[in-house]
Write a protein that binds this ligand. Structure first.
Ligand code: SAM
Length: 274
C-alpha cells in the first residue's frame, strides 16, 4: 500500500514541529523510502501501518527515529573546498592577530552530520598550528542523535574517506581500525559533539569565532532561517566569521550580516549596530 494522505500529513507536521524541516507535498516517496527500514524493524512491511501505529500511540523513541530518518545527512570532506581554504588563508591569520596568545579560538560546526566537516576543520588547524588542541576547540552539533554519535566515534568507512579526503591527510590523521578509518586522538581532542536543534532556543555555547552553518538552512522556511541566523549571531564574537552552504545566503533573509569575499568563497560577518 502506498503512503496515505493522513499518514504523510502527520509525518510532515511532526517533522516540522520537531526540526522545522519543510516536507512539501510531493515528498511522499521520500517519506516512504526513509521510513520503510524503521517500519520493517517494527515488524511491519507497510509504512502507513507503521505511521498509524505511532500516530495513535506516540512514543518518544519512534517519533525521534521518524524525525531523524527525514533529515538529510549528505556530507563529504572539504565540501566545496573554498570555505575551508578561506579558513587557513584568511580567517585564521586574522583571528590569531586579533586575539591574545592565551585566548582559545572557538569554532562551531552547526549541522555536523557524521563529522566530516568538523574533522576537516580539525585537520587544517592541526596542520597550521603547533599544539592546535590547546589553542582551538571545535563544537560539533546536529539534531540527529545518530549523527552526533557518529561524529563522537570519529570512524569512517573506506567509501566515506574516498569522498574528498586527500590521501596525504588520510595517512597523516587517521589509523586503520578493522575495515574503517579512525581519526587521530589529537583531532578528537579538539572536537566535542552534542545534540542541538537549531530551530529551538540554543544552549549556552561560544562565543564562537567561526561558524560553519552549511547546507542546512535550505531545509527551512524563511521565518525559521531568520530566527536561526539571529540565534547564531547571538552566539558569535562581533568580529566572527560565518560560512554558509553554496546555495545559501543571508541576503534577503537577515540584513544584520555583511557579505565579504574571502578568496573564492563568501563569508558573512555580523554588522555592527544591527
Ligand atoms: C546536508 S547535512 C550538512 C552537513 C554539513 N554541514 C555539510 O555541509 O556537509 C544537513 C544536516 O543538518 C541536520 N539538521 C537538520 N535539521 C536540523 C535542525 N533543526 N537542527 C540541527 N541540525 C539539523 C541534519 O541532521 C543533517 O545532518
Amino acid at each position: 500500500m502506498t503512503l496515505t494522505t493522513t499518514s504523510f500529513d502527520w509525518v510532515r507536521h511532526l517533522v516540522h514541529k520537531e526540526s522545522a524541516i519543510v516536507l512539501q507535498p510531493g515528498k511522499e516517496y521520500l517519506v516512504e523510502a526513509r521510513l520503510l527500514p524503521i517500519a520493517r524493524q517494527a515488524g511491519l512491511t507497510d509504512v502507513s501501518q507503521f505511521v498509524e501505529s505511532v500516530r495513535i500511540r506516540p512514543d518518544a523513541d519512534s517519533t525521534r527515529r521518524i524525525v531523524e530518518a527525514l533529515t538529510t545527512n549528505e556530507t563529504s570532506w572539504f565540501r566545496d573546498g573554498d570555505p575551508f581554504t578561506a579558513l587557513t588563508s584568511t580567517v585564521l591569520p586574522s583571528l590569531l592577530g586579533a586575539r591574545g596568545p592565551n585566548e582559545r579560538l572557538q569554532i562551531w560546526s552547526a549541522a555536523c552530520s557524521s563529522g566530516q566537516e568538523s574533522y576537516t576543520i580539525a585537520m587544517l588547524l592541526e596542520d597550521a598550528l603547533p599544539n592546535a588542541a590547546s589553542r582551538v576547540s571545535i563544537t560539533a552539533t546536529d539534531i540527529s542523535r545518530e549523527m552526533v554519535e557518529r561524529t563522537r566515534a570519529g570512524r569512517f568507512s573506506q567509501l566515506e574517506v574516498n569522498r574528498g579526503l586527500p590521501a596525504p591527510m588520510l595517512v597523516r590523521h587517521f589509523t586503520r581500525a578493522g575495515t574503517e578509518w579512525e581519526v587521530a586522538p589529537a583531532l578528537r581532542r579538539m572536537v566535542t559533539a552534542s545534540q542541538c536543534n537549531l530551530a529551538a532556543p540554543l544552549p549556552r555555547m561560544g562565543p564562537f569565532d567561526v561558524v560553519y552553518l552549511r547546507n542546512v538552512l535550505i531545509y527551512f522556511d524563511l521565518p525559521t532561517k531568520q530566527a536561526i541566523l539571529r540565534r547564531v549571531r547571538d552566539l558569535m564574537r562581533p568580529d566572527g566569521w560565518l560560512f554558509l552552504g553554496a546555495a545559501e545566503t543571508t541576503l534577503g533573509v537577515d540584513d544584520s550580516w555583511e557579505r565579504v569575499v574571502v578568496g573564492r568563497s563568501s563569508a558573512y560577518r555580523p554588522l555592527k549596530g544591527k
